[in-house]
Design a protein around this ligand. Structure first.
Ligand code: ATP
Ligand SMILES: Nc1nc2c(ncn2[C@@H]2O[C@H](COP(=O)(O)O)[C@@H](O)[C@H]2O)c(=O)[nH]1
Length: 218
């Protein structure tokens, strides 16, 4: 007998990671993508200048202000926001493709983007996770340790961290990122649990039908 567990169509989840800058969401996102390469990372467009080592199309699509506003006007953005004086947005096309393919999409975006996606038609497929630093001193140490931004940029991001943190309660899950291994293990558990929940209806209704048929045939 064909197992009904294989005959399913499933929707992709939209996994949103937000945090104050430097708390570790990009690090967690990289680990999650390495753990499950079927997850599609939503590469954002931004007007921010590339950092050393960043490549166009990999970390971000680096765009001019005019190009970015053109993308908004063309209806290409799922969400967009001004963050730390630059514009950032998530292109819609790749997300729609991933959802059609039943693949999960991972977003590394700020609270404004999280709110916009949660309030969109795709909101029911969102799983949102807010990452907190263990302390504000550690947040600053991580930003400095990353050695990617000037003192001014770091000061600006630290100044905004309190208002970013104030949105923690809007998220489905909150992780305090102390030990990276432990935070990553929790993140995986969240994803595994949410996948089981998503697959519960389509997979199990067929499976239980199979059990019923087997029962009737006895
Ligand atoms: N649990 C952890 N313990 C110690 N260092 C960490 C931990 N998690 C991440 N880091 C380090 O902190 C720095 C900032 O992390 P990361 O770049 O992932 O932050 P972010 O939240 O993505 O920041 P941004 O919003 O600016 O992109 C990196 O150097 C990273 O290696
Ligand atoms: N609303 C959105 N926020 C985004 C997006 N891509 C990134 N971000 C957030 O911006 C800050 C700064 O990022 P950085 O790479 O300059 O350090 C960070 O909080 C990101 O999560 C996006 O598409 N939309």
């Amino acid at each position: 007998m064909d197992t009904p567990l294989q005959n399913t169509t499933r929707r992709g989840l939209l996994l949103i990671l937000s945090s104050p800058s430097g708390a570790g969401k990009s690090t967690l996102a990289r680990l999650l993508m390495g753990w499950d390469p079927s997850i599609r990372f939503s590469v954002s467009a931004t007007t921010r200048a590339p950092r050393v080592g960043e490549a166009d199309g990999r970390e971000y699509y680096f765009r001019s202000h005019d190009q970015f506003t053109g993308m908004i006007a063309g209806g290409e953005m799922l969400e967009h926001a001004e963050v730390f004086g630059n514009f950032y947005g998530s292109p819609k096309g790749p997300v729609e493709d991933a959802m059609r393919e039943g693949r999960d999409t991972l977003f590394d975006i700020d609270w404004q983007g999280g709110q916009q996606i949660r309030n969109s038609v795709l909101g029911r497929d969102v799983v949102s996770i807010f990452v907190l630093p263990p302390s504000i001193a550690e947040l600053e140490a991580r930003l400095r340790g990353r050695a990617q931004d000037s003192d001014d940029v770091i000061a600006g991001r630290m100044a905004k961290s309190q208002s970013e943190i104030s949105h923690w309660a809007e998220y489905d899950y909150v992780l305090v990122n102390r030990e990276l291994d432990q935070t990553f293990a929790r993140l995986r558990s969240i994803l595994e649990g949410e996948r089981l929940r998503r697959d519960r209806q389509p997979q199990l209704s067929g499976f239980v039908r199979g059990l019923n048929e087997e029962f009737e045939a006895r």
